[in-house]
Design a protein around this ligand. Structure first.
Ligand SMILES: Nc1ncnc2c1ncn2[C@@H]1O[C@H](COP(=O)(O)OP(=O)(O)OP(=O)(O)O)[C@@H](O)[C@H]1O
Length: 255
């Protein structure tokens, strides 16, 4: 990989604004957000409830459309893509991991992981899915259905599925939110390994300072604005920054 490829910006949001209309009032969920994710970096998004984290992830993933501003994925403005190209981009260049795993209950692990490959029309989907599960230490569980797996194992299958098409970026929405702390640690170790060894790019929403501390950068939102960024911070610093952001909202709620 060349130096420039190693440091290429995979995702760039430029002045992204998203509002919602509620009766006669306008709620600004995202307010001129500018943010970049470089290849092989892991960025966590934190902020009080309602600060715009999910909206940010959805706009970045092309699942929601900003009112203004631009979202570039691998240098392409996603608003300029046709519906067909946008669908293809979502299937192949973006991976998504959710709090509740969202595996298909009727399918076993290998069938779940091969699903996006089949949708993308790739040959050898089962072989690739088996390889992906094996590399995540889940080879023994390939034929297990989701209900036969622990929460941490299900989330690792979901990560294997999200990465099956080798997406440029993995979006993770509270990936450890439904896990006990030991399973969460395993999933976070896996994400860290993917970033360090495969230059995977990750954008993750989390409420958990311990999870955010595993990322390279933490961006903090409040009222739709990006208010501060920490790099290389530990969980204590991250928790303190989050508490500072939540304090005015709490006093407002009681005032
Ligand atoms: N479809 C919608 N219609 C109207 N308002 C919305 C809609 N989606 C989100 N909002 C509002 O936009 C703001 C940001 O919401 P968002 O879900 O992005 O916040 P969040 O930081 O992810 O919250 P949480 O931590 O509680 O999940 C909130 O005030 C929310 O009520």
């Amino acid at each position: 990989m060349t130096e420039s490829a190693a440091h290429a910006t995979v995702l760039h949001l430029q002045d992204v604004t998203r509002t919602y209309q509620s009766g006669s009032s306008t709620l600004t969920a995202l307010d001129r957000i500018t943010l970049g994710c470089r290849r092989g970096s892991w960025t966590a998004v934190m902020g009080p409830s309602g600060s715009g984290k999910s909206t940010l992830l959805n706009c970045a993933a092309g699942l929601d459309t900003p009112d203004s501003g631009q979202v570039f994925l691998d240098g392409r403005d996603i608003a300029s893509l046709s519906d067909d190209l946008l669908t293809r981009m979502r299937r192949t260049e973006i991976g998504f991991v959710f709090q509740q795993f969202n595996l298909v209950a009727a399918l076993n692990a290998v069938q779940n992981v091969s699903l996006p490959l089949r949708l993308a029309g790739r040959k050898g989907a089962d072989r690739a899915a088996l390889d992906a599960l094996g590399s995540l230490g889940l080879g023994k569980h390939a034929r297990h259905k989701p209900r036969e797996l622990s929460g941490g194992q299900q989330q690792r299958v979901a990560i294997a599925r999200a990465l099956a098409t080798r997406p440029s970026i993995l979006f993770a929405d509270e990936p450890t939110g439904a896990l006990d702390s030991a399973s969460a640690a395993t999933v976070l170790d896996l994400l860290r390994t993917l970033v360090d060894q495969q230059a995977q790019t990750i954008l993750m929403v989390t409420h958990d300072p311990v999870a955010a501390a595993r990322a390279d950068h933490v961006v903090f939102l409040r009222d739709g604005r990006l208010v501060t960024t920490l790099s290389g911070a530990d969980a204590t610093q991250i928790a303190a920054t989050l508490a500072d952001l939540e304090t005015p909202a709490l006093s407002g709620a009681h005032g």
